[in-house]
Design a protein around this ligand. Structure first.
Ligand code: C2E
Ligand code: MG
Ligand code: MG
Ligand code: MG
Length: 290
């Protein structure tokens, strides 16, 4: 009987895999046309100074509104785009659109753009970025590229050359999701990052009972960043007590629902219309314990 049950489970498992593979193929097909059909949009999430409540920048986040599936999660389609190489045209569109949108913002406000490791391994990236800057006329120092630690796996000479030639364009680099990958501190010393983004997995629970481990890690990252002359952003701040905690640690900017989710360009422009951009934080008083 146990054997039978085991076999049943195996069949269920492989059906599930089959279904997932089919789903992936479908997404791949539909992703090919999504850009031309105008289904892709960039939304912008504020990066806010927690002391003055003043917006310092926005991170561009891709949104795909599929006519049938509805809103597709980036976690689903970005990995498909990376596996199929579609991330290259998609990423180029993101860079161009983000630079073009940011030109309409006040000039002390930056735009942050996520760059996938696949884009980073492509030798054309510096040209793609230079073209996006040139055609938009965006000041290069207002563009911040977010890359993850995985870009440095293997730490090839080519990676370093791409990094340096992008840096020479005058833009900034942020190290995204810090602490979640195969962290090696060596590249923090060697590569001139301008900012470290503290992953939200360290935030949740840092202020609650038993969160001392996370709190210690956050404090260590902030003092490391300060010593290396880098800014910090805390990701995923949702509750007021999390914001208070992070403010006391001296984090440069906060990104999280407490200051707002990603919004379309029209809403960003409407905020700017109301003068310099300040946001009153709002959210639950207490952090949810995971
Ligand atoms: P990321 O770059 O780490 O972006 C931050 C993610 O955290 C976003 O998820 C954002 O909506 C979410 N977030 C922000 N504040 C909060 C909060 O208070 N609570 C919670 N629970 N979540 C919060 P999103 O938009 O779903 O994007 C997921 C990931 O997809 C991004 O992570 C990034 O790695 C990737 N991605 C998004 N747009 C692009 C893009 O244009 N190019 C590339 N290569 N990747 C992108
Ligand atoms: Mg990011
Ligand atoms: Mg991040
Ligand atoms: Mg993240």
């Amino acid at each position: 009987a146990a054997k039978e049950a085991g076999r049943g489970q195996l069949r269920f498992y492989s059906n599930d895999l089959h279904r997932k593979a089919q789903e992936r193929r479908a997404i791949e097909e539909e992703l090919r046309d999504a850009l031309h059909r105008g289904e892709m949009q960039l939304h912008y999430q504020p990066l806010t100074c927690p002391v003055e409540n003043r917006v310092k920048g926005f991170e561009a986040l891709l949104r795909w509104d599929h006519p049938v599936r509805g809103r597709v999660n980036p976690a689903t389609f970005i990995s498909v785009a990376e596996e199929t190489g579609l991330i290259l045209p998609l990423g180029e569109w993101v860079l161009r659109q983000a630079c073009a949108d940011a030109v309409a913002w006040p000039d002390d406000i930056r735009v942050a753009v996520n760059v996938s490791p696949i884009q980073f391994m492509n030798e054309n990236l510096p040209t793609v970025v230079a073209n996006a800057l040139a055609s938009s006329q965006l000041e290069p120092s207002r563009l911040e590229l977010e890359i993850t630690e995985s870009v440095f796996i293997g730490d090839s000479k080519a990676t370093r050359e791409t990094f340096d030639s992008l840096k020479r364009l005058g833009l900034r680099f942020a190290l995204d999701d810090f602490g979640t990958g195969y962290s090696s501190l060596g590249y923090l010393r060697d590569a001139p990052f301008d900012k470290i983004k503290i992953d939200q997995s360290f935030i949740r629970g840092a202020v609650t009972e038993g969160g001392r481990g996370n709190a210690a890690i956050i404090a260590a990252i902030v003092s490391l960043a300060e010593a290396l002359d880098m800014d910090t952003t805390a990701e995923g701040i949702e509750a007021i007590d999390e914001l208070d905690f992070i403010r006391e640690r001296g984090v440069t900017t906060v990104q999280g629902y407490v200051y707002g989710q990603a919004m379309p360009q029209e809403e960003v422009l409407a905020m700017i219309e109301g003068g310099s951009i300040r946001i009153e934080p709002s959210g639950p008083e207490k952090s949810r314990s995971n």
